[in-house]
Design a protein around this ligand. Structure first.
Ligand SMILES: NC(=O)c1ccc[n+]([C@@H]2O[C@H](COP(=O)([O-])OP(=O)(O)OC[C@H]3O[C@@H](n4cnc5c(N)ncnc54)[C@H](OP(=O)(O)O)[C@@H]3O)[C@@H](O)[C@H]2O)c1
Length: 262
């Protein structure tokens, strides 16, 4: 069977990082399309509030789990499927941004970033891919970032984790194809969410979390590998990084103001 985009009649949706920002908006959007959506994050109270407040079509159900606990994630997926049915669509969205600078880098911040963004996503994949492969059906979308395309100042931890996720999704896209499971990657530009509050960077073409959710929900209905938006920003960035490194990295250095002497 060929991989295909899942529909609400195929099972339930699972959105990680569903307690705020893009994940919360996407959960509402998918529920509005008729999905039963389980949202996960560490903050159980926030998840419950979102689930209770939702009164539209479909359903939102809270299930708290810390993605850095591999066994906890396996247990959560088992419990979710036993209670609500097979996960047909998983959007692995949970992630953190910690600014790391070369002058005063923090090993803890590198480690935290990789633990949540990379190991947390890997924990979800370990729980999901055997189940979906067995069922010969399913769809997994991994939320990366346009930062994955190439070097950005203060993003050596975040950008590295997000670039690794693009690679991870590519590997799984190839492997899962013969099991009828669709794997996609999502590479947003700037989205207005709590994660951006501490980011002092210029944020060209920033979109709302609702717009991001709309773009993602639309991309999830297709089979294309990459869901990227806003395209006027992400395609321009891709164009820059397609140049030789000496040009592209110099250009980004200038555009971000990192060409000024210290
Ligand atoms: N905002 C942007 O401009 C932008 C751009 C490109 C990509 N992205 C990516 O989009 C995703 C969502 O970002 P956002 O902007 O919506 O951020 P956000 O509002 O800060 O949401 C992050 C979510 O991840 C959850 N989370 C963090 N650590 C976790 C852990 N250890 N276990 C389980 N859940 C955890 C948070 O909930 P708890 O704290 O309750 O656990 C929260 O629900 C991230 O992967 C981010 O990198 C964002």
């Amino acid at each position: 069977m060929k991989p295909r985009a899942m529909k609400p009649s195929d099972g339930i949706a699972w959105v990680t990082g569903g307690s705020s920002g893009i994940g919360e908006a996407l959960a509402r959007r998918l529920a509005g399309e008729g999905w039963t959506v389980v949202i996960s994050a560490r903050s159980a109270g926030k998840l419950e509030d979102i689930a209770k407040a939702y009164t539209g079509r479909g359903r939102i159900i809270a299930h708290a789990v810390d993605l850095t606990d591999g066994q906890g994630v396996e247990d959560a997926v088992t419990a979710i499927e036993e209670a609500h049915g097979a996960i047909a669509l998983a959007v692995l969205n949970a992630g953190i941004y910690l600014s790391v600078n070369a002058e005063n880098p923090s090993f803890e911040d590198y480690k935290k970033t990789f633990d949540v963004n990379l190991s947390g996503t890997a924990a979800c994949l370990c729980a999901l891919t055997p189940r979906m492969s067995d069922r010969r059906s399913g769809q997994i979308a991994i939320v990366s970032s346009a930062t994955a395309f190439g070097g950005m100042p203060t993003s050596s931890a975040y950008g590295a984790s997000k670039a690794a996720l693009v690679n991870m999704a590519g590997c799984l896209r190839i492997e899962l194809h013969r099991y009828g499971v669709l794997c996609q990657v999502i590479t947003p530009g700037f989205v207005e969410t709590p994660a951006q509050d501490d980011n002092a960077f210029p944020k060209p073409f920033m979109v709302s979390a609702e717009t991001a959710a709309k773009r993602i929900a639309s991309g999830l209905k297709s089979k294309r590998f990459e869901i990227t938006f806003p395209r006027r920003f992400t395609w321009a960035l891709k164009g820059i990084y397609a140049l030789p490194y000496s040009w592209s990295l110099g250009l980004v250095r200038k555009q971000t103001g990192w060409d000024k002497p210290v």
